[in-house]
Design a protein around this ligand. Structure first.
Ligand SMILES: Nc1nc2c(ncn2[C@@H]2O[C@H](COP(=O)(O)OP(=O)(O)OP(=O)(O)O)[C@@H](O)[C@H]2O)c(=O)[nH]1
Ligand SMILES: [Mg+2]
Length: 466
C-alpha cells in the first residue's frame, strides 16, 4: 500500500498473496498466490504438490516452524496460463477467519507479500490477459446486484465493449490516414482524396460514437435501477401493492389512513433494468408533523422518479392524486386502480382514471389476489427510459462515467476536426490533431496508453484478492 500512496507502481517482481473470498463464516475460503516465486513458496509450505498444471491435490500446509496450519486443496497454474499470466497457486482452505489468515501468514513468512486491492487483476492487465474495460467488468460482476448488471458485466468481460471501442478507434485512424495521404501525395495518379469521402467517413464515425454514447442512459439504469414511486391518497393500498410487487411483507399495512410515514425503498430484479420501488406516505395535507414530513419526502421522490404509479381505489381519489402530482413531476405516470377484487373496474373507469392523472397508461390491480401485477411490471419497464428505448443489454453498453467521458471526448474531437477541415481556415494537418486526440481518448479507455494512471483510477474500487 505504501507504494501506491507514494504514487509509484506496485512492484510486479513481488510474489503476492491474498484471501480471495469474503471474510465471515463459511465452509471454505480461497487463498491466491501469484508471481515468479509462487510455486517455490507454496512448495516449501506444502507436503504434496500437483505434478502438472491445472491439477489439484489435497495437501497439508505447515508454517515456518513446521506446525500444521490447515488441510487444503491446492491447484497449480503455470505461466502464462493463469488469471494473472504469472505462475500462480490457488489454495482452498477451511473457511472462517482463522484458517485463511494463518495460511496467508505462513505464505508471507516464506516470502510472499500481501496483495493490494485489485492487484491480481492489475497484473492480468499488465500481462495482456485482459484490457482495462474487461478488468472493470470483473469488479462490476462482483458488485452486480441485478441480473441486468450481471449480463452487462459478462458481455464486457467477453470483450464486447472493448471490440466496439477498437472499431471506433480504427475509424478515426483511417480518417487520419486519409488526411495524411492527401497531404503527402497530392500529385498521385488518382488525384487528391475526394472531400466527399472524408465527409462520409467523418459523419460515419460521429454517428457510431453517438450511438454508443446513447447507451449510457441504459448503463445508468442498469447500475442504479430506475426510480419507481408509488403515490396516492392515504389508505388506497400503496403499501399493499409495494409488498405484492416485492413478494414479501416489507411495508406495514393497516386500515388506518396515514400508516406509512416515511419512504421505504426496495429493488425488484425483473427482466429488463432493476426497479427501485419506493412506497411513500399518502399525499395529503397532513396536520401531524411526522406525517407532514413524510408527505414532503414523498414529494421529493415524485420529483426524481422515472415512473410514478398514481394509486387510487376510486375515480374521486384518482382526481386527488392528479391534483397533488400536477406540476411536481416529469415522470411517466401510470394510473393504477387498486383493490380491483372488491368491485369490477370498467374500461370507462380506467379511461377516466388515466385522464385524471394525465397518465400514459391505466391498469387495474389487486394486491390481495395478485391481479394485474405482472402486466404492471411490464408497463413500468416500457416507461422507465422516459420514452427512449432501453439499449439491448447484450450489445456494448457504457456503464461508467469514465466510459462516457472518453466517448464524449472522442465525439467532440471528431466534430472539431470536421468543422475546421470543412471551413478550411487552418491547414488540414492542424485540423487532424483533433483526430489524434480523439484516438488518444479511446486508447485511454481500453488502457492501451498510460496504463499505470488508468489502472490507479480503475482499481480504486477493487477488493483485495481480485
Ligand atoms: N380488498 C383489498 N384490500 C386491499 C387491497 N390493497 C390494500 N387493501 C386494504 O386497504 C387498506 C390500506 O392499505 P395500505 O396498503 O396500508 O394503504 P396505503 O395506501 O399504504 O395507506 P397509507 O400508508 O396510510 O398511505 C388495508 O386495510 C388493506 O388491507 C386489495 O388489493 N384488495
Ligand atoms: Mg402505506
Amino acid at each position: 500500500m505504501a507504494d501506491r500512496d507514494s504514487g509509484s507502481p506496485l512492484d510486479v517482481s513481488d510474489t503476492i498473496v491474498a484471501v480471495a473470498t469474503a471474510p465471515g463464516r463459511g465452509a471454505l475460503a480461497i487463498v491466491r498466490l501469484s508471481g515468479a516465486r509462487a510455486h517455490e513458496i507454496a512448495r516449501v509450505a506444502l507436503d504434496r504438490w500437483p505434478d502438472a498444471p491445472r491439477r489439484s491435490v489435497v495437501s497439508t500446509l505447515h508454517d515456518a516452524s513446521g506446525a500444521e496450519v490447515d488441510q487444503v486443496v491446492v491447484t497449480r497454474y503455470d505461466a502464462p496460463a493463469s488469471y494473472t499470466g504469472e505462475d500462480a497457486v490457488e489454495l482452498v482452505t477451511h473457511g472462517g477467519s482463522v484458517a485463511p489468515t494463518t495460511v496467508t501468514a505462513a505464505l508471507v513468512a516464506q516470502g510472499a507479500r500481501l496483495a493490494a486491492p485489485g492487484e491480481f487483476t492489475r497484473r492480468a492487465v499488465l500481462n495482456g490477459k485482459m484490457d482495462v474495460l474487461q478488468a472493470e467488468a470483473t469488479a462490476d460482476l462482483v458488485d452486480a446486484r441485478s441480473r441486468a448488471a450481471q449480463t452487462v458485466a459478462l458481455r464486457q468481460l467477453d470483450g464486447g465493449l472493448s471490440r466496439r471501442v477498437i472499431e471506433l478507434r480504427s475509424q478515426l485512424i483511417e480518417l487520419e490516414a486519409l488526411i495524411a495521404y492527401d497531404i503527402d501525395f497530392p500529385e498521385e495518379d488518382d488525384g487528391p482524396i475526394a472531400p466527399a469521402r472524408i465527409t462520409a467517413a467523418a459523419q460515419r464515425a460521429m454517428a457510431a460514437l453517438d450511438q454508443l454514447l446513447a447507451t449510457s442512459r441504459t448503463g445508468e439504469l442498469v447500475r442504479h435501477g430506475a426510480l419507481v414511486v408509488l403515490a396516492g391518497a392515504p389508505n388506497v393500498g400503496k403499501s399493499s401493492l409495494f409488498n405484492a410487487l416485492l413478494g414479501e411483507a416489507r411495508a406495514i399495512v393497516t386500515n388506518i389512513p396515514g400508516t406509512t410515514r416515511d419512504a421505504i425503498e426496495a429493488v425488484i430484479d425483473t427482466t429488463g433494468v432493476p426497479l427501485r420501488i419506493v412506497d411513500t406516505a399518502g399525499l395529503r395535507e397532513a396536520t401531524d408533523v411526522v406525517e407532514r414530513l413524510g408527505v414532503e419526502v414523498s414529494g421529493s421522490y415524485v420529483a426524481r422518479a422515472a415512473v410514478v404509479l398514481a394509486c387510487a381505489d376510486d375515480v374521486e381519489s384518482m382526481r386527488a392524486v392528479g391534483t397533488s402530482l400536477f406540476g411536481r413531476t416529469s415522470a411517466a405516470v401510470i394510473a393504477v386502480r387498486t383493490k380491483a377484487d372488491l368491485v369490477p373496474v370498467s374500461a370507462a373507469e380506467l379511461e377516466s382514471a388515466k385522464a385524471a392523472v394525465n397518465a400514459r397508461a391505466a391498469i387495474a390491480v389487486s394486491a390481495e389476489r395478485g391481479d394485474g401485477l405482472h402486466e404492471l411490471v411490464e408497463l413500468i419497464q416500457a416507461f422507465v427510459a422516459g420514452g427512449e428505448a432501453i439499449a439491448d443489454l447484450d450489445a456494448p453498453i457504457l456503464t461508467q462515467e469514465r466510459h462516457r467521458f472518453a466517448i464524449a471526448a472522442a465525439r467532440r474531437e471528431t466534430a472539431e476536426f470536421f468543422e475546421r477541415w470543412q471551413h478550411g481556415d487552418v491547414p488540414a494537418p492542424v485540423a487532424a490533431v483533433h483526430l489524434h486526440d480523439g484516438v488518444a481518448a479511446l486508447e485511454e479507455l481500453i488502457g492501451a496508453v498510460d496504463v499505470e494512471h488508468v489502472l490507479d483510477e480503475v482499481f480504486r474500487r477493487f477488493c483485495v484478492g481480485k
